[in-house]
Design a protein around this ligand. Structure first.
Ligand code: ATP
Ligand code: MG
Length: 415
C-alpha cells in the first residue's frame, strides 16, 4: 500500500538563485544511487520529488536515501484519489497498520490542502477523517499534544498523499555543489568525521595521508582506506582519490636535526606545505582537517597560528570547537569509530616527543626548520606520492549485499 517516497529538500531552499541547479543535482544523485532498483520511476514537482516504488521494497531504499546530502526528510507515502471516500479508506488502512503492534497508541491528524479548489478546508478534512476513524476503529485514542504517531494528509490536485512516518535525512547541501577540498586524514577518530561533515555540507573531498614506512605499517594505510570507504556512500556516488605521501625521510630529518620540542610544529608545517601543493594540483580550493582547539599540544591557538602560517589556502576545521564526546557520537553513528580505534601506529604517534611546545615561537620555528633541506625533500615526497582510487561501487555492492534479509519489512496488506 505504501507506493511512493516523498522527498523534501533542506536548507538549499534558502538559496533562491541556485535552487534549481541544486535540486537537479540531488535528483541526479538519487537516481544514480538507486540505479539498481530497476522498477522505480521518478517525478519532480516544484520543491518536492517523488519516487514511485512500483513494488520495490522500501527498506534498502530508505538506507540509501539517508546517505544523500541535501535531503532534509522523506516519507514513505500512500497515494489515493483526492475524494473523501478514498481518503477515508486509506486513512483507516494506515492507522490500523500503526496499531497492529500496539493497540493503545495515540494519534493525531495533520492536514495540508495543496489543492485550494478541494471543497473542504484542511480543518474540516481533519475533523471529517477523525470522526470517520473514531466511528470505524474501536478504542482509538487521540492526543493532539503528544501523540504516538501522526497521520499526515496532503491533499493535492494530482492526488492525496497519506503517511505516518517521516525519516530525517542528512540535510546540508547536495554533494559536491560547493567545490572540492583536500582532507588531511589520519587513522584517528577525528579527521574522518571532519571529512563526513564536509561532504554533508556539500563539498567533495579527495584525501591525503602521510605514511612513514617502515615505522608505520601498511595496515595503517589500509585503515585510512577503510575509513574513507565508510564515507564514500555520502559522496555523489563518485570515487574518492587518496594521496599517500611517503613521509619517512622528512620525519627522520626533523627528529634528527631540529630541537625536540619543536618537532611536531615543524612536522605539521611540512604536512601543510605538501597538502597545499597537492591541493593546487588537483584543483581543491581548501584544506580540511580534524584539528580541535586544545586537544593536543599542536592544537593550541598558538600552535595552529604558527603551523598555518605556511599556507595561504583556506583551512577548514569542522571540529575546531566540538567536545570530544560529540565527535565520538558522530563517529559511532557513521560507523567509523570501531575502525578508528584499531591500534595501528600513525606517523604522528611514532615520533612524538615527550614535551612538545604548546606555544611555539614562529621565528624560532623557522630557524629550526631551516636546519633541514626540506624544499628538496618535499619535492621528492610529492613526486613519490601514490594515488589510490576508492571506487564507490565496491561499497555500494557491499551495502546492498548486507541487507539483513530477515529484517526486510513485509508491507502488510490489511484488506
Ligand atoms: P585524528 O583523530 O584525526 O588523528 P588527532 O586528535 O589525533 O586527530 P593529530 O594527530 O594531532 O590530532 O592530527 C590533527 C589533524 O591532522 C588530524 O585530524 C588530521 O586531519 C591531520 N593528520 C594527522 N596525522 C595525519 C596523517 N598521518 N596524514 C594526514 N593527516 C594527518
Ligand atoms: Mg591522530
Amino acid at each position: 500500500m505504501e507506493d511512493h517516497i516523498l522527498i523534501r529538500y533542506g536548507e538549499l531552499s534558502l538559496k533562491k538563485s541556485n535552487r534549481k541547479q541544486f535540486t537537479q543535482r540531488i535528483q541526479n544523485h538519487i537516481k544514480r544511487a538507486l540505479k539498481v532498483f530497476s522498477k522505480l520511476s521518478f517525478e519532480s514537482r516544484g520543491m518536492r520529488f517523488y519516487i514511485m516504488l512500483n513494488d520495490e521494497d522500501s527498506k534498502p531504499i530508505i538506507d540509501i536515501l539517508q546517505k544523500i546530502p541535501g535531503i532534509y526528510s522523506f516519507s514513505v507515502v500512500s497515494r489515493c484519489a483526492s475524494n473523501m471516500d478514498d481518503i477515508y479508506f486509506l486513512a483507516k488502512k494506515l492507522v490500523l497498520n500503526e496499531l497492529k503492534d500496539d493497540k493503545n497508541k495515540t494519534f493525531k491528524i495533520e492536514t495540508n490542502r495543496g489543492d485550494k479548489s478541494f471543497p473542504y478546508t484542511s480543518i474540516e478534512i481533519t475533523k471529517m477523517v477523525g470522526s470517520y476513524l473514531f466511528k470505524n476503529i474501536e478504542g482509538l485514542k487521540a492526543d493532539v499534544h503528544h501523540p504516538n504517531f501522526t497521520l499526515y494528509l496532503d491533499v493535492r490536485h494530482e492526488g492525496s498523499f497519506l503517511f505516518t512516518k517521516t525519516f530525517i535525512g542528512m540535510g546540508g547541501f547536495p554533494a559536491g555543489s560547493l567545490g572540492k577540498t583536500l582532507l588531511m586524514i589520519s587513522g584517528g577518530i577525528d579527521s574522518v568525521v571532519a571529512g563526513y561533515l564536509t561532504i554533508k555540507k556539500g563539498m567533495s573531498v579527495d584525501a591525503i595521508h602521510f605514511a612513514a614506512p617502515p615505522y608505520t605499517s601498511p595496515l595503517a594505510v589500509q585503515k585510512v582506506i577503510d575509513l574513507l570507504e565508510t564515507i564514500t556512500p555520502y559522496t555523489e556516488y563518485q570515487d574518492i582519490n587518496l594521496y599517500v605521501v611517503p613521509f619517512t625521510e622528512i620525519q627522520k630529518s626533523i627528529y634528527e636535526y631540529t630541537q625536540s620540542d619543536y618537532c611536531i610544529t615543524i612536522m605539521r608545517r611540512m604536512m601543510y606545505r605538501i597538502s597545499e601543493q597537492i591541493a593546487k594540483r588537483i584543483g581543491a580550493l581548501a584544506l580540511v582537517n580534524g584539528e580541535n582547539v586544545g586537544q593536543v599540544a599542536s592544537q593550541t591557538l598558538e600552535s595552529i597560528q604558527t603551523i598555518e602560517q605556511v599556507t595561504s589556502m583556506p583551512v577548514i576545521r569542522p571540529l575546531a570547537i566540538f567536545d570530544k564526546q560529540d565527535i565520538v557520537n558522530i563517529a559511532m553513528r557513521i560507523k567509523t569509530y570501531d575502525i578508528s580505534i584499531l591500534p595501528y601506529e600513525d606517523c604522528c604517534t611514532v615520533f612524538v616527543p615527550k614535551h612538545p611546545q604548546i606555544k611555539p615561537n614562529l621565528n624560532y620555528t623557522i630557524v629550526e626548520e631551516n636546519k633541514i633541506d626540506y624544499k628538496r625533500m618535499i619535492e621528492k615526497a610529492i613526486a613519490d606520492t601514490e594515488r589510490i582510487v576508492l571506487r564507490v561501487n565496491k561499497h555500494y555492492d557491499y551495502l546492498l549485499n548486507n541487507q539483513d534479509k530477515n529484517k526486510k519489512q513485509e508491507i502488510e496488506e490489511l484488506f
